[in-house]
Design a binder for this molecule. Structure first.
Ligand SMILES: C[S@@+](CC[C@H](N)C(=O)[O-])C[C@H]1O[C@@H](n2cnc3c(N)ncnc32)[C@H](O)[C@@H]1O
Length: 271
């Protein structure tokens, strides 16, 4: 049914939905796959298949997704954590370890995937997770609770204005996966994306709006020697790098993702 309605990876999705509804992982399916299934659960399963057929993302139907070993609650209104984002979280993790009790801020934090992962993997860190959308903040706060990430604080704030709330030199690491899709391209992408908040995707006319704003407005919030780490969209690294260099960042580099895109752009701020 999923295949016929054009769902990519229909096998994977149906296995995930079976696992979710029947509470059975791959091993349980092998061991108990010939048991008669409960009728009520079957109806729920087929209802979930109907939902998926509309293009609703698998993760919203399941309500939870894993990112770097941690569970995150997700639903309409918050961006689903992507595997692509692991590269930025890994780079921030590596750089944060250069500091004693690092102070980190995750701008445009969404579900908290980056902030909470860093908070969990560096227990002595102090992590601020800044997010503007109330819907996303709802999940961010729940995810802090779910993961018992006591060193992560959710702050409602506008990345374009609320740098003013923090004194200069407040952070060792600023990490961000901001909205970065070119406005005109959003509607041409996978139908699943239409279910995700536009505010999480729209990076303006050239996709680079948030990078320019964040680099200019937040750079002095880094202590001298602190790092800015971005997830960057395909083909955006060069422009983001040039802008960071213009603003005084040094050692500006990138990290490739598994597909060979320059997925992370990072640099050191020195005054
Ligand atoms: C691409 S999503 C990233 C979410 C999360 N960091 C992740 O990696 O999964 C961008 C996030 O930026 C938030 N956002 C958009 N405009 C914002 C603004 N002006 N201030 C703060 N957050 C904003 C969106 O609500 C969304 O949660």
């Amino acid at each position: 049914m999923l295949e016929e309605s054009g769902v990519p990876d229909a096998d994977f999705d149906s296995l995930c939905l079976i696992g979710h509804i029947f509470n059975a992982d791959r091993t349980a399916l092998i061991l108990h796959g010939d048991n008669l299934a409960d009728g009520a659960l079957c109806r729920r399963f087929f209802a979930s298949i109907e939902e998926r057929k509309t293009g609703k993302p698998l993760q919203y139907i399941i309500g939870k997704w894993n990112f770097m070993g941690f569970d995150f609650l997700v639903g309409e209104g918050v961006l689903i954590p992507r595997d692509d984002t692991e590269a930025a979280a890994e780079k921030a993790l590596e750089l944060a370890k250069l500091f004693d009790k690092p102070k980190i801020i995750d701008l445009c934090s969404g579900s908290g995937a980056i902030a909470i992962t860093l908070g969990k993997l560096i227990p002595e860190a102090e992590v601020t997770a800044l997010e503007l959308s109330d819907d996303a903040l709802f999940y961010l706060k729940k995810n802090i609770e779910l993961n018992a990430a006591g060193n992560v604080t959710a702050v409602k704030g506008d990345v374009l204005e609320d740098h003013k709330l923090f004194p200069d030199g407040s952070f060792d690491i600023i990490v961000s996966n901001p909205p970065y899709i070119v406005t005109k391209q959003i509607d041409e992408l996978q139908r699943e994306l239409a279910f995700e908040p536009r505010m999480a995707l729209d990076g303006g006319e050239d996709g680079l709006f948030f990078y320019r704003e964040i680099t200019a407005k937040w750079k002095t919030k880094l202590r001298s020697g602190g790092y800015l780490v971005y997830e960057t969209g395909e083909d955006e690294h060069e422009a983001v790098r040039d802008d960071m260099i213009k603003h005084g960042f040094e050692n500006v580099g990138y990290v490739l993702d598994l597909q060979g895109y320059k997925r992370v752009t990072f640099g050191k701020f020195s005054i």
